[in-house]
Design a protein around this ligand. Structure first.
Ligand code: PLP
Length: 355
């Protein structure tokens, strides 16, 4: 299998791809409902939650929108220190909410104290924050942010995007007090794109009942009624659910703590390698992603030449995102990637640097 060290869509193991090839079933059959239920229940372990996990036929952005539509009547605060946090802010704006943006520089972690100050003054119903900014390789201190919010405004709902970290880093939804935690299939879960997973707390579900204009497709109150019967209002992405069911067994067999440790070890190795080769890490120490490392292009290499070189060896990395294109490049170490793959990549990169 060729190795894509890109932060999604990532390589999918052959046996997981094969799991999608199972024959279709009527989606309102007992056989399919059992698979649907099993996949959702196993997913709860990844979210560290006793609450419900919705499986939607959409990518993660669909659930960013669902959070805004279902749980916010009017006012929301978006914490923005990267491209995907900015997207969530825009999703709230385009859905007609009154949204304040609390911005930090992209290389700066969100500050729990500044967020608590803003929440204290603002009268917000909810905040949005990205756990792992795929654009910068920065991991926000979500646990501390949630704690700080709870100390000043305990009723504020906390929505967390873990699109590029859930399943690769430990995020304890219930212990941290998160109200909606969402992810996509094509990153740390190492599935094809097209499925999103979102866990929602009871208090958020209660609030949703009083929110108007929740829409139809992503109306989580409607979805919950169906979910309680192991079903969904519209046709689910059945092949992806087959693959999720199968992949969750593989993930749980590896062991979550072991899986997270594998990701951290690869992150550390990539960071140390970059620094030993005169390239610094974009995110500050203590806030570096476990699943994707953004390296500053201090040596001024051509990222497209590097990728052309790597592609001849059946590997590829990702250029910097948006304004960071060519100024940085990104090495993802998530999903099926193992340390021996990283070693192979770094060896090839060394060869390229020597040229
Ligand atoms: C942190 C983060 N949030 C949201 C998204 C959007 O997810 P999707 O493309 O699954 O809608 C991405 C995509 O890369 C992401 O990395």
């Amino acid at each position: 299998m060729s190795r894509m060290f890109v932060p999604g869509p990532v390589d999918v193991a052959d046996e997981v791809l094969q799991a999608q090839a199972a024959p279709m079933l009527p989606h309102r059959s007992k056989e399919f409902e059992a698979i649907y239920r099993r996949a959702a229940e196993k997913s709860q372990q990844l979210f560290y939650t006793k609450y419900r996990v919705f499986l939607t036929a959409s990518s993660g952005t669909g659930l960013q929108e669902a959070a805004i539509r279902n749980f916010v009547n009017k006012r929301v605060l978006s914490i923005v220190n990267g491209a995907f946090a900015e997207r969530w802010y825009e999703v709230a704006v385009y859905n007609g909410k009154e949204v304040d943006e609390l911005a930090f520089a992209w290389d700066t972690p969100a500050s729990p104290d500044r967020i608590a100050d803003a929440v204290k003054k603002g009268g917000f119903e909810a905040i949005t924050i990205v756990h792992n900014e795929t654009s910068t390789g920065l991991q926000n201190p979500v646990k501390e942010v949630a704690e700080a919010i709870r100390a000043v405004a305990p009723d504020t709902l906390i929505f967390v995007d873990a699109v590029s970290s859930l399943g690769g880093a430990k995020i304890e939804m219930d212990a941290w007090g998160i109200d909606m935690l969402l992810t996509s299939s094509q990153k740390c879960l190492a599935l094809p794109p097209g499925l999103a997973l979102g866990a929602v707390s009871d208090r958020a579900m209660k609030k949703a009942e009083s929110v108007e204009n929740r829409g139809w497709y992503f109306d989580l109150v409607r979805m919950e009624k169906h979910r309680l019967k192991d079903s969904s209002p519209a046709t689910p992405a059945m092949s992806l659910i087959f693959a999720l069911d199968f992949q969750l067994d593989r993930i749980l067999a590896e062991g979550l703590d072991k899986r997270f440790a594998r990701h951290s070890a690869m992150a550390k190795r990539v960071q140390e390698w970059a620094e030993a080769h005169d390239q610094s890490i974009y995110a500050p120490e203590g806030y570096r992603s476990q699943t994707v490392t953004t390296i500053k292009n201090d040596r001024g290499i051509s990222v497209s030449d590097l990728n052309a070189f790597l592609k001849q060896r059946e590997m590829r990395i990702a250029n910097g995102y948006g304004p960071l294109k060519d100024k940085t490049f990104r090495i993802a170490h998530m999903g099926e990637i193992r340390m021996q793959d990283i070693e192979k990549l770094l060896k090839a990169m060394e060869e390229f640097l020597k040229k």
